[in-house]
Design a protein around this ligand. Structure first.
Ligand code: ADP
Ligand code: MG
Length: 216
């Protein structure tokens, strides 16, 4: 247990002390396997395709990555996480807020369909660092001009396989077209299909691929 590079300690990674202290207080004492495989690559700035089953801790893998790149003093949208459903977007936003609670004043905003536009427009007018949303509603805000992704640093496609299954490909592509080419792109998925591989080839720069096989 003494060699931190092999026991999955978060402290073996270049994470801010505030994040490390918070992980400890959250009871995240060791990285899950997908975190151990993907987080070093994410923190190194690579584009990453990560595949692992539900419940394996994928949110913190990309959440710690996007929070590490965030410049809180710059109040603009620097990270966007696209999720297939409102329920998943709410869960992801909750987890990112928990991970960020020792970083003062990180603003995380959810933008999902099925909820009124008015309050979302008001929240967007106040600004945010991180947006978590479903593709349809995020695209709608881009069309309206209420969301600007010109300063985006990190784009996350969470449960990308399900977003494609749900017919969000066109919305995803329209959104991605509004983001800077120099962004970091992270694709997390429970399954890895030919469709995902094709999207990844289009959207990602020399992506590193990591997968955690199911164990029986
Ligand atoms: P996935 O996206 O792979 O389905 P989640 O990111 O939702 O998984 O994480 C599943 C659960 O595991 C969450 O309750 C989360 O708080 C918890 N978790 C994540 N990483 C760790 C960790 N390193 N140690 C302990 N619990 C963790
Ligand atoms: Mg998830």
């Amino acid at each position: 247990m003494s060699d931190s590079s092999h026991d999955g300690a978060f402290a073996s990674l270049p994470l801010a002390p505030e994040l490390l202290a918070n992980l400890d207080s959250l009871g995240y004492h060791a990285m899950t396997p997908i975190q151990a495989e993907s987080l070093p690559l994410v923190l190194a700035g690579r584009d990453v395709i990560a595949q692992a089953k539900t419940g394996s801790g994928k949110t913190a893998a990309f959440g710690l990555g996007l929070l590490s790149r965030l410049l809180v003093a710059r109040f603009c949208v620097q990270a966007l996480v696209l999720c297939p459903t409102r329920e998943l977007a709410d869960q992801v936003a909750g987890e990112i807020r928990r991970l960020a609670r020792t970083l003062p004043n990180v603003k995380v905003l959810t933008l999902c369909g099925g909820t009124p536009l008015g309050p979302q427009l008001a929240s967007l007018a106040h600004g945010a660092h991180v947006i978590v949303g479903t593709p349809g509603r995020v695209e709608e805000h881009l069309r309206k001009g209420s969301l600007d992704l010109a300063s985006l640093e990190t784009l996350v496609l969470d449960e990308a396989d399900r977003m494609l299954d749900m017919g969000f490909q066109a919305a995803m592509e329209a959104i991605i077209a509004e983001t800077p080419a120099c962004r970091q792109t992270l694709l997390f998925s429970a399954t890895y299909s030919d469709e995902i591989r094709r999207i990844a080839e289009e959207l990602m720069r020399d992506p590193a691929e990591v997968a955690i096989a199911e164990t029986h």
